[in-house]
Design a protein around this ligand. Structure first.
Ligand SMILES: O=C(O)CCC(=O)C(=O)O
Ligand SMILES: [Fe+2]
Length: 194
């Protein structure tokens, strides 16, 4: 197993594998996922207002447990063979067997995800979350909830980012918009929901 970069931040446990998937595998998964996923654009509640999410999503799981965030409850479809292969590959680098995968499609620089922590109660205490990126590189930001600490990382095509331990207690993360002219990016976040 290749060695990860350890992202040394206080109150966090974050590992990064910039080249987890080969370029050829990453290209293949990107194209298949773009074309075969039934992408949807749901409404969420933000500061009491209903807005369309600024990205497309899809939810998959090997059980029927729903996932609720920002006032939105998503029901999963069953995993495709490709998602099962990706899941098995990343589980070699992780401490858990994942049940659920949220797919995000950022259609361009206008699509984004705001500051949040993945701390929904169905994820349990100290959730391990594995985030795979395919397609255009985007900058992922972390900020500590109470300390003056920040960190940015460029998430590469075929990379794997693992957040675990107390990370979600102490840190928020976001994927901001960018004015740069960039292509599509797919993100897969694997989680365990029991
Ligand atoms: O697109 C990303 O890299 C972040 C996705 C994320 O934070 C989430 O789905 O909870
Ligand atoms: Fe997240």
């Amino acid at each position: 197993m290749m060695k990860p970069e350890i992202i040394e931040l206080p109150d966090a446990e974050i590992l990064y594998f910039p080249y987890f998937f080969s370029e050829a595998e990453a290209d293949l998964y990107f194209n298949k996922l773009i074309n075969t996923t039934e992408w949807r654009q749901d409404k969420i509640r933000l500061f009491g207002k209903e807005i369309l999410q600024p990205r497309l999503t899809a939810l998959f799981a090997n059980n029927n447990k729903t996932y609720t965030y920002s006032g939105l409850t998503m029901k999963p479809e069953s995993f495709s063979d490709d998602l099962l292969k990706i899941k098995a590959t990343i589980e070699k680098a992780c401490n858990v067997n994942f049940t659920t995968c949220l797919l995000n499609l950022y259609r361009g620089g206008e699509d984004s995800m705001g500051w949040h922590a993945d701390n929904e109660k169905e994820l349990g205490e100290n959730p391990e979350i594995a985030s795979v990126s395919f397609g255009a590189e985007r900058i992922f930001h972390f900020k500590h909830k109470t300390k003056d600490e920040k960190f940015k990382i460029n998430l590469k095509h075929g990379s794997l980012l693992i957040m675990r331990g107390s990370t979600q207690h102490f840190w928020k993360h976001q994927l901001p918009k960018t004015k740069k002219k960039i292509g599509k990016r797919i993100n897969l976040t694997f989680r365990r929901i029991e």
